[in-house]
Structures are given as C-alpha cells and as structure tokens.
Write a new protein. Structure first.
Length: 335
C-alpha cells in the first residue's frame, strides 16, 4: 500500500507540474506586452510562429530586463524627466554593441520597422503640451471662452493634468487654423524618444526581422521548412549576438566615449541649426507617413553637404573622402 501511495503521489506531482507548465504558457505575459502581428504576414504558420516568439521572449525575460536596466542607466544616459527609461539612442547603442547593425540592416530600417508597432508610441505630455493634451482628450474652447468636452454643450469639463504656465504656452505662430496649437508630427528617428521596457521587448523581436530581412544564412530551420521563421531567427539571435555581446561588448572605445560626451554638448546647443541643415540636404524632408516624419540622409547627400560647406574637396585638406567613408562605416559590424 505504501508503494502504491508513493507511485500515486509521483503521478499526481507530474500531472500538477504538467498542468502548471501548460498554464504558464497559456498565461504568457508577452501575449499582451508585444504586438508583432504585422511581422506575421509573411510567415507560413503565423499562429505557431507568434506563440513561439512569445515563448522565446519569456525564456529570456530576466536577461532582457537586465539589459534594459543597464542601458537605460549607464550607457549614453541623457538627463530627462524619465531617467529610468531607455531612449531610442540607447536602443541604437544596444544594437551596435550586439553587432546587429550592418549595411543590410541599418538603424533607419530598424526605426521604420519599430514604429510600425501600434504599442510603440508613447508620448510624455508636459506643461508645453497642454493644447495637445486637450485635443487628444476632446477638451476645446468655445468662442466665449467656455470649455466644451467633445463638442457637447453642457458636458462636464475635463480637467487637464498638465500645468498651464503662462510663460510656456505656444506662440501665435504655433497655432493651427482652429486657434489651437498645431500638433507636430512625430520623428521616427528621434534619438530621445522614450522606449518603455515592454517596447524594448518588442524592439528585440523586430530587430531580428530587420537583421535577417535580406538573408538568413546560418539560421537553423525545422525539417521541411523552406526558410527559417521569425522564431528561428530570434532564437539564433539570442545565441549568436545578444547573450554573448550585450553589456559585455562595447562598440565605442574609451576615447570614443569621451569624444561623444564633449560632442553631445555641442549637438544640444546647436540642435535646431543642425536640424535645419539636415532637412535642407535630405530629399525626404517634409515627407509625412501616418503623421510621422521619416527624414534620413543618403551618402551622396552627406557628401554634397560637406562639399558645399568646403569641408571636402575644398581649399582645406583636413578632411579626405576615405576618412568620411570610414566614419560612415565605423559602426557597421563586418559580416
């Protein structure tokens, strides 16, 4: 009887563990944290692939959280209201450190794929964004000055949760045709764009799609598959790039870090002027896609800018063409 009881207990324990494992898979939090449905359009088995991607992220959950914590606090940190959160610049650094960036998978391509995610848009509204807040949440002003909610007379007025400092209000030139402040389109390449932890999880999955978009050499496949699925690409990425290189590898030397800190102050001081120059030489300037700007420079546009500034092929010989090409390729890891 004792032996039978022990066997029965063992069987019950196995059944309990199996049920618990099944429940953990069914309750995978990444089902709600990430939304990569748009990446499943070209998959042969989208449901199975999506489920496996979520399971891979769950298995590496602790590592992902550690990487997020380290990069958000210690690497290329920028003083802002949300210092605990990563910025897009720090995500770029993470991709460079893990050798994700190459001529076939650029930061611009990653930004575009990342911004396709419906959950990857998070805006911090400060005191300068009162009109934007009111427009988003349906608070408007009548000609007489009385506030209306969603255009319904007599409806309860929604209180804005941002301060109304008089000296920070938008100027007349920033007003739209209806008298409200025009909402500026979001820049999908904004280096200081906030990236929440859940958005970082999704960014890793999207980075795998960008990394192997033009070729999947070295990525193992299951039997009978013509091409590796996104799940195979992501699993291979963790083994070959992320786990061995994240945090442990630095794409910038100590001298580069010092030069970056000095240059960052200059960029911050002249950010407006540099932005105007950048837009002037880019043929994509002024283009809007789903309410977001997507302005990038091609190599020939950069060379044209340097030539017109007499920095290249001009009276000064301080800058050579091969030096420019070296700077462009500096952060591309050799394939």
């Amino acid at each position: 009887m004792a032996g039978g009881s022990a066997l029965g207990g063992t069987g019950a324990s196995r059944a309990f563990n199996a049920s618990r494992a099944k429940k953990e898979v069914e309750d995978n939090p990444f089902k709600k944290l990430v939304d990569i449905g748009d990446l499943m359009e070209l998959e042969d088995s989208p449901k199975e692939t999506l489920k496996e991607v979520q399971n891979i992220l769950l298995r590496h959950n602790s590592e992902l959280k550690q990487w997020y914590r380290v990069y958000s606090r210690k690497i290329e940190a920028h003083k802002c209201e949300e210092s605990f959160a990563m910025t897009l610049r720090q995500v770029w650094r993470f991709l460079r450190d893990t050798h994700m960036i190459s001529a076939n998978s650029t930061l611009a391509q990653f930004d575009r794929v990342y911004n396709r995610g419906v959950k990857n848009h998070f805006t911090l509204l400060g005191s300068k964004d009162k009109d934007k807040f009111d427009r988003i949440y349906g608070v408007s002003q009548t000609p007489g000055g009385a506030a209306l909610s969603n255009g319904v007379e007599g409806a309860p007025v929604k209180e804005s949760n941002v301060s109304d400092d008089e000296d920070e209000g938008p100027g007349e030139e920033a007003k739209g045709c209806d008298g409200q402040a025009a909402i500026q389109p979001e820049d999908c390449h904004d280096a200081l764009k906030i990236v929440l932890q859940r958005q970082f999880f999704e960014a890793v999955a999207r980075a795998a799609a960008v990394k192997y978009a033009s070729g999947s050499e070295g990525v193992p496949t299951s039997g009978g598959e013509a091409a590796p699925s996104l799940a195979h690409k992501l699993s291979h990425l963790f083994k070959a790039n992320l786990t061995p290189l994240a945090v442990k590898n630095k794409s910038k030397s100590g001298e580069d870090e010092k030069a970056y800190k000095l240059a960052d102050k200059v960029f911050e001081e002249y950010s407006s002027e540099l932005g105007q120059v950048f837009n002037y030489f880019s043929k994509k300037a002024g283009n809007l896609n789903n309410g977001r700007t997507d302005v990038t420079l091609e190599v020939h546009e950069l060379l044209d800018m340097l030539r017109k500034a007499n920095l290249l092929d001009g009276p000064s010989v301080d800058l050579q063409l091969d030096e420019v090409i070296h700077m462009i390729e500096k952060y591309y890891s050799p394939e």
